[in-house]
Design a protein. Structure first.
Length: 76
């Protein structure tokens, strides 16, 4: 599993998107079915931000990682 997320992408997912989805889940009501969708999306954002890999980037061949970061990991 090769990392395909840059630092900014990871920070935004972990610090902005994940908490925003949790807040949306709380606002819609903890018992509402849509709130669980928001909680799962928050967990996915936190997980992908933590590991630096987004499976949805693969089919589109996307990467937010800088080329210098990619080349430095290949040399090791």
């Amino acid at each position: 599993m090769k990392q395909n997320m840059g630092t900014t992408d990871r920070i935004l997912r972990s610090i902005v998107a994940a908490p925003a989805f949790v807040v949306l889940g709380v606002v819609t009501g903890p018992a509402a079915p849509i709130s669980w969708v928001f909680y799962v999306l928050g967990a996915v954002m936190l997980g992908t931000g933590g590991v630096g890999f987004c499976p949805l980037y693969l089919p589109f061949k996307l990467s937010t990682r800088s080329r210098t970061a990619e080349s430095s990991t290949r040399q090791h």
